[in-house]
Design a protein around this ligand. Structure first.
Ligand code: S3P
Length: 442
């Protein structure tokens, strides 16, 4: 039976070495690119979370053969294009899945209807629909670009698109559509976002030209290109590694090493911020795997101080502000997080839910339209009162952040809908328990 909730209790130190689960962004892309390509793609280290499994099922529905060979080891055989799916594509909780697949499918002469869970059906899709419509795709959907919606693809033409919001999902949708658009596509990024799509397009044999013009990134995908199957080794997800790392920083006496973490500079804003807060973090064994920098991160308990996070850092840590807010709750002095309006359109309104959850555990917070200020404690690493019963609205990162908080609070913290954690981090509970943390079902 699915438990109604999960409770985190304060206990002894967290200690040990663990491996971060596969990166979610790269896992979705490996399956989608493999399905678009001709020939076989073998993926190792794939994240086997619910979101990624939805993308695997979607790729089968669009005509690719997708097989699980072993733990994290998958084989995708693409047909060099997508065929019309026979049924509705349900992307579950996955914004990355649905937005990238819509872009990938838009270049083919097919109709496809997309939907998702209640959270995904509430999220804005017009940010991808708009550029795809400009390229020639047609959509019929609910008001304000909400799912379910139907895409009619085919006959796309080149688009030069300046991203109105810093979104790697929108960038990726335009580039994937550009693969099958006359003349390709050109994306202009005033603020750089994660570049896994550009890197992986090259890995699958496409030419992508990236140029920095006065701090603005220009990404040119020439037209008439096709992808060929390849091998992909998925590095560990820094967004997941963040949870055991912050847990070690705030639970007295802890020392935890997370191995194989992706260190792409467009993803490591949290680690830079934690170092500025005085965190005892060391990175060892830096190496390159499948064109990405990875390393092992060791985190030790110690005093933290509040900082002001530069707003321009937001794209490189957008999914990490909830767990940063937990670190900030244990820091001496205020931590100011601004320029994070995108947080409100994630799996939930993460500014509102973090503000509510921290306040319910006795932490003073100030919520702004595009910001969150956590006032922290008078003394560094002073335990929070805790005791919150957290409403997560099905958001995996809201759940994991509050559970980490509960490991260091005076009173236990309980989160609802704990099954949603499996969307991105199916081994979270066993990993934290294996490190010595106390998590119990209610
Ligand atoms: C992702 C991009 C980000 C991030 C999401 C994954 C991606 O979303 O929040 O978890 O894989 O491209 P946006 O593109 O909406 O910022």
């Amino acid at each position: 039976m699915t438990p109604a909730g999960l409770t985190a209790h304060r206990g002894g130190p967290l200690r040990g070495r663990v491996r971060a689960p596969g990166d979610k962004s790269i896992s979705h892309r490996a399956l989608i690119f493999g399905a678009l390509a001709s020939g076989v793609t073998e993926v190792e280290g794939l994240l086997e979370g619910e979101d990624v499994k939805r993308s695997a099922a979607a790729m089968r529905a669009f005509g690719a053969s997708v097989e699980r060979l072993g733990e994290g080891h998958w084989r995708v055989e693409g047909k060099g294009g997508f065929a019309e799916p026979a049924d509705v594509i349900d992307c579950g909780n996955a914004g990355t899945g649905v937005r990238l697949i819509m872009g990938a499918a838009a270049g083919f002469d097919l109709a496809a209807t997309f939907t998702g869970d209640a959270s995904l059906r509430g999220r804005p899709m017009n940010r991808v629909m708009k550029p795809l419509i400009d390229m020639g795709a047609k959509f019929l959907g609910r008001s304000n670009g909400r799912l379910p919606l139907t895409l009619q693809g085919g006959n796309l033409t080149r688009l030069e698109y300046r991203l109105p919001e810093p979104s790697a999902q929108v960038k990726s949708a335009v580039l994937l559509a550009g693969l099958h658009a006359t003349g390709g596509a050109h994306v202009i990024e005033p603020e750089a976002t994660r570049d896994h799509t550009e890197r992986m397009l090259r890995g699958f044999g496409a030419q992508v030209l990236v140029e920095d013009r006065a701090g603005v990134r220009h990404i040119e995908l020439p037209g008439g290109q096709s992808l060929s199957g390849t091998r992909v080794r998925v590095p560990g997800d820094p967004s997941s590694a963040a949870f055991p790392i912050v847990a070690a920083l705030i639970v007295p006496g802890s020392e935890v090493t997370v191995e194989g973490v992706l260190l792409n500079p467009l993803r490591t804003g949290l680690f830079a911020t934690l170092l500025e807060m005085g965190a005892d973090l060391t990175i060892t064994n830096e190496r390159e795997e499948s064109g990405e920098l990875v390393g092992d991160i060791t985190a030790r308990y110690g005093p933290l101080r509040g900082v002001s996070v530069p707003p321009e850092r937001a794209p490189s840590m957008i999914d990490e502000y909830p767990i940063l807010a937990v670190a900030a709750a244990h820091a001496e002095g205020a931590t100011q997080m601004r320029g994070i309006g995108e947080m409100r359109v994630k799996e939930s309104d993460r500014i509102a839910l973090m503000a509510a959850g921290l306040a319910a555990s006795g932490i003073a917070v100030e919520e702004e339209p595009e910001g969150l200020i956590v006032l922290g404690t008078a003394r560094a690493n002073h335990p929070a009162k805790g005791g919150a019963q957290v409403v997560t609205k099905g958001d995996h990162r809201i759940a994991m952040s509050h559970l980490v908080m509960g490991l260091a609070s005076d009173q236990p913290i309980t989160v609802d809908e704990p099954e949603m954690i499996a969307t991105s981090f199916p081994t979270f509970v066993s990993m934290i328990q294996g490190l010595g943390g106390s998590l119990t079902e209610v």
